[in-house]
Ligand binder design. Sequence first.
Ligand SMILES: CC(C)(COP(=O)(O)OP(=O)(O)OC[C@H]1O[C@@H](n2cnc3c(N)ncnc32)[C@H](O)[C@@H]1OP(=O)(O)O)[C@@H](O)C(=O)NCCC(=O)NCCS
Length: 179
Amino acid sequence: MIATNGDLERGAVDDQVVVRGAVGDDLAGILSVGHRTWLATYEPIAGPEYVAMGLAKWWTSDVVTDAIRKGRTLVAVLGDEVVGVATFGPQDDAVVLWKLYVLPGHHGLGIGSRLMDEVVVQARESGHDRITLSYLEGNEQAARFYARHGFTETHRETPGSGLPESVWMARELGEREQS
Ligand SMILES: CC(C)(COP(=O)(O)OP(=O)(O)OC[C@H]1O[C@@H](n2cnc3c(N)ncnc32)[C@H](O)[C@@H]1OP(=O)(O)O)[C@@H](O)C(=O)NCCC(=O)NCCS
């Protein structure tokens, strides 16, 4: 029996969370994580229109199914619920971590770190020695998390229209995990 959100504790959850490659049956759970985390994360820093745009562009059934089929999606599962998602893919000499999202009620339990560790494993296995990613300026939780996982800023992109900058970071995989 899995504890309810209010009872979640780091040690107990770590034993119960399974991180694995996503399969077709995970689609609804992945979409749910995307929709719930996007609203909570981005509405305060980028506004409701940005959330609507991102969900329509990156969190449709077609886009998510394609990433599952290509073996580029990981899920963290607690009981029978998808509580975290990572999507990644090769680009030039690096693996780009396109998505890393954990349900708001499950933050700080080590789930994001477990997903990140598995992305590192997969990147190494595919022969890459560098991971890149971006977060939106103002997303301090993400900035702190990535810095603790060995990422450093490389450059910024300014989207205009009053939206926050995208802050790009990279990590060379020769380094050891810092957690
Ligand atoms: C960023 C995010 C993916 C991190 O996931 P998470 O599951 O909360 O991450 P963890 O629990 O592994 O780590 C979070 C914190 O808990 C602490 N922690 C986790 N496991 C721990 C452990 N075993 N022992 C001690 N501390 C631990 C860490 O100190 C960490 O602190 P930090 O944020 O200062 O690095 C998550 O907060 C999230 O989904 N945020 C909203 C969406 C988002 O912004 N995604 C990134 C888009 S670019």
